[in-house]
Design a protein around this ligand. Structure first.
Ligand code: DGJ
Length: 595
C-alpha cells in the first residue's frame, strides 16, 4: 500500500505557478490510503473520505451530452462519488493518439456538481472479455494474442472466446502506455483539485469458458516451474495465507518449488467439461453457502491469478508513475451456482487467490468485490482478510448493506451499479446516503476502533447483543413501522405511528440495519436503514442495575452541528422505557443508571 509524500519544494513551485504546464500535483495531499486502527481510509485533502457512490452503466460517459442528463440524478440521490468508465478504444482510437475530451468533460462537470469521481479503466479486459480494446488492437492477432480454450464442448460455455492473453507482452505494454498517458493527464488537470479519487484498473479480469488459457505459450508456462517470486512470497507469508489457499498448498506438501500442478495439485484436463453447479440439484443450504468459497482445479485458477496479476501490475505501475493515487481491481465473484473457475472469470482477484494477487501485483492497493451475492457479510469478511481495505465498486441498492459495510467493515465506499438506469437509486438508499453523510465525521473518526459498529436484523431474527462502550445493546427487529411493541407499558393501543412510517401490508418486511456509535461514556448516536429496531441497554460496569433513557433526540447534522428535530419522551418511547430507531433517522441518546 502506497502513501504519497510531499516533495516540499515541488509543491511550493507548483502552488506558485499553478498553470497546466506545471503538471500541478500537490503530492502531499493527492488522494491516498492511510491506516487507522484496523481500518484503511481514503484520505482526500487531508481528511478521511467516505464514498457514497454509484457506478454508471459502462458507456454512460462516452457521450458528454448523455452525462448532462445523469449528473442531476446523482446529486438528487445524495451521491458524493460517481464511478465512471473510460474506454481504451475511445481514449486511443489510433495508436499513440489520445483523446482527452471525455475525461476532461467528466472532471469539469463533476466539479460543477460538487461530486468526486472514481475512474474505471476499461482496457484489456472487461467482464473477462476484451470488448473495450481499440480496433487496432482487436484486428492484430499476431501482435496482440488471444487466449485459447478447449474445444468449446462445455455446457453453456460453447462458442468462440475473444479474450486478450495475459502472456501478450505487446498488449500489456500498449495498455500500460495508454493508461500512463491517461494518468499523466489526470495528474496535470486534477493534481491540485482532487476530483478524481481512485482508479479501477481493468474490470472483472479472468478466463471464461475454461479454467485457464491453453494457448501454446500458456501451456508451456503451465508446464514450467512456479515463478520464484511467487514461491518466495508464499514462504514468507506461510502462516498468514488465507486458509482455503493454504490448504491447497498444504495438501501438496508445502513444496518450495515445482510445476504448478506439483505445487498446487491437478488442473482440469482440457477435455473435461466444466460443471455449472457443484452438485446435482437440489443444492442443500450448506452446499449453497460453502460451494463458492473453495478452490476447484486449484492450479489452473492460481496460474491465471498470477498471470493477470503480473500483467495488471505493469499497467498500474505505469499509471502510478504518472500520477500516484490509489488503484484497485475488482472481482466477479464465484457463485453457488457458478462455483467452478471458467463459469466465473478464472484468475480474477477473488478471496481464495488474494495471496497470489498480493505477490504478483504489489502496487494494487485494493482487491475489491463486485458484490451481488446474497452472502453480503461473508463476502465483506473474506475481502477484509490480511488487511485488504474494503471498497465495493458494484453492488445492489440495498440500504442495509450500505450501513453494514460502512459501520462494520470500514468500507471506503459503497457503489450500486447502473445507477443511471439499470438500478436506479430509490428513496431508501438516498435517505441512507444522507444519513451516512451526516454521521460520516463521527464514523470516520472512530473507524478501526471498537467505538463504532453496525448491526443487521432480518425479519424473524432473534435479538442481537452488541457490546459497545459502557453498555451492551440488545437490538430487536420491529419491522417497517415504528409502532412500539404491545408489551410496552403505558402504550395507548391503536395510537397511529407518525406519517410515513406505516407499513404497506403488501410489501415484504425489509431487513433493518443500524450504525451504532459510542460518543461518550453514556452517549450514543444511531442511524437506521431499512426497517426499524428496538434498542435496549445493559450496563457493563459495576453500579446500579437499571439503565434509564436520559435524552432521546431525533435530529440531523447541519454544517457539522447537531440539530434536534424531535425530542422524544412519553408515548414515543413508551414513557421512557423503549427506544425505537426508525429507518432514515438519526437518534442521539444519553443514558443514566438507577437502583
Ligand atoms: C458486472 C460488470 O463489472 C459491469 O460492468 C456490468 O457489466 C455489470 N456486471 C452488469 O450487471
Amino acid at each position: 500500500m502506497q502513501v504519497n509524500r510531499m516533495n516540499a519544494l515541488g509543491a511550493m513551485v507548483c502552488a506558485a505557478t499553478l498553470t497546466l504546464a506545471c503538471a500541478a500535483q500537490d503530492t502531499a495531499s493527492v488522494p491516498h490510503l492511510r491506516k487507522q486502527g484496523t481500518a484503511t481510509q481514503l484520505i482526500v485533502d487531508g481528511k478521511p473520505y467516505l464514498a457514497m457512490g454509484g457506478e454508471l452503466s459502462n458507456n454512460a460517459a462516452t457521450s458528454l451530452e448523455n452525462m448532462d442528463t445523469i449528473w442531476p440524478k446523482l446529486v438528487a440521490a445524495n451521491l458524493n462519488t460517481a464511478l465512471i468508465g473510460v474506454s481504451w478504444a475511445q481514449f486511443e482510437p489510433e495508436e499513440g493518439k489520445y483523446n482527452f475530451v471525455q475525461v476532461d468533460g467528466v472532471i469539469a462537470k463533476a466539479r460543477e456538481n460538487n461530486m468526486h469521481v472514481v475512474l474505471i479503466w476499461f482496457a484489456s479486459w472487461k467482464n473477462g472479455t476484451s470488448s473495450f480494446a481499440p480496433y487496432w488492437v482487436k484486428k492484430d492477432y499476431q501482435r496482440f494474442p488471444r487466449i485459447q480454450i478447449n474445444d468449446g464442448k462445455t455446457v453453456s460455455l460453447s462458442g468462440p472466446v475473444e479474450l486478450l492473453s495475459t502472456l501478450g507482452t505487446a498488449t500489456r505494454d500498449a495498455d500500460a502506455k495508454a493508461f500512463g498517458a491517461l494518468m499523466k493527464h489526470v495528474g496535470e488537470v486534477d493534481g491540485m483539485r482532487h476530483t478524481v479519487l481512485m482508479v479501477q484498473v481493468e474490470n472483472e479480469v479472468g478466463v471464461l469458458r475454461d479454467t485457464r488459457d491453453r494457448s501454446p505459450a500458456a501451456n508451456k508456462a503451465f508446464a514450467g516451474p512456479v515463478p520464484a517470486e511467487l514461491m518466495q512470497y508464499l514462504e514468507a507469508h506461510k502462516d498468514a495465507l488465507v486458509p482455503e489457499f493454504r490448504e491447497v498448498w498444504a495438501a501438496n506438501g508445502f513444496k518450495k518449488s515445482g510445476t504448478w500442478e506439483e505445487v498446487f495439485g491437478p488442473g482440469k484436463p482440457a477435455n473435461v467439461e466444466i460443471p455449472i453447479q457443484t452438485t446435482s440439484p437440489p443444492m442443500s443450504a450448506l452446499e449453497h453457502q460453502n460451494s463458492w468459497q473453495q478452490l476447484h482445479w486449484a492450479s489452473d485458477e492460481i496460474f491465471m491469478a498470477w498471470n493477470y496479476a503480473r500483467y495488471v501490475e505493469k499497467v498500474v505501475e505505469a499509471g502510478k508513475a504518472a500520477y500516484n493515487i490509489p488503484m484497485f481491481v475488482n472481482g466477479w465473484l464465484q457463485q453457488p451456482n457458478h462455483a467452478w473457475p471458467g463459469t466465473y472469470p478464472s484468475g480474477g482477484p477473488l478471496p481464495q487467490v488474494h495471496d497470489v494477487w498480493r505477490a504478483g501485483a504489489p502496487s494494487v492497493d485494493i482487491l475489491a468485490p463486485d458484490l451481488y451475492l446474497e452472502y453480503f457479510d461473508d463476502v465483506c469478511e473474506r475481502f477484509t482478510r490480511n488487511g485488504n481495505p474494503l471498497f465495493i465498486p458494484e453492488t445492489s441498492t440495498n440500504p442495509a448493506n450500505a450501513v453494514v459495510a460502512v459501520g462494520k467493515y470500514n468500507t471506503i465506499g459503497f457503489s450500486p451499479f447502473g445507477i443511471d438506469g439499470n438500478r436506479p437509486i430509490g428513496a431508501d438508499l438516498a435517505a441512507t446516503y444522507s444519513l451516512l453523510e451526516q454521521l460520516s465525521p463521527m464514523i470516520l473518526a472512530r473507524q478501526g476502533t471498537d467505538a463504532v459498529t453496525a448491526v443487521r436484523l432480518e425479519p424473524g431474527d432473534a435479538p442481537k447483543n452488541v457490546k459497545l462502550g459502557n453498555y451492551t445493546l440488545t437490538l430487536t427487529y420491529t419491522g417497517r413501522t415504528m409502532r412500539l411493541p404491545p408489551q410496552a407499558r403505558g402504550q395507548v393501543a391503536g395510537s397511529p405511528p407518525p406519517p410515513g412510517t406505516q407499513a404497506n401490508a403488501n410489501e415484504a418486511p425489509p431487513e433493518a440495519a443500524a450504525v451504532l456509535i459510542s460518543t461518550g461514556p453514556d452517549e450514543y448516536y444511531f442511524g437506521g436503514a431499512g426497517g426499524a429496531m428496538r434498542i435496549d441497554f445493559t450496563a457493563n460496569l459495576p453500579g446500579p442495575g437499571n439503565v434509564g433513557l436520559g435524552d432521546v433526540q431525533e435530529g440531523k447534522f447541519v454544517d457539522g452541528k447537531w440539530v434536534v428535530t424531535r425530542q422524544i419522551a412519553g408515548d414515543d418511547d413508551a414513557q421512557g422505557e423503549i427506544l425505537v430507531l426508525r429507518p432514515g433517522t438519526i437518534v442521539r441518546v444519553t443514558l443514566y443508571r438507577y437502583p
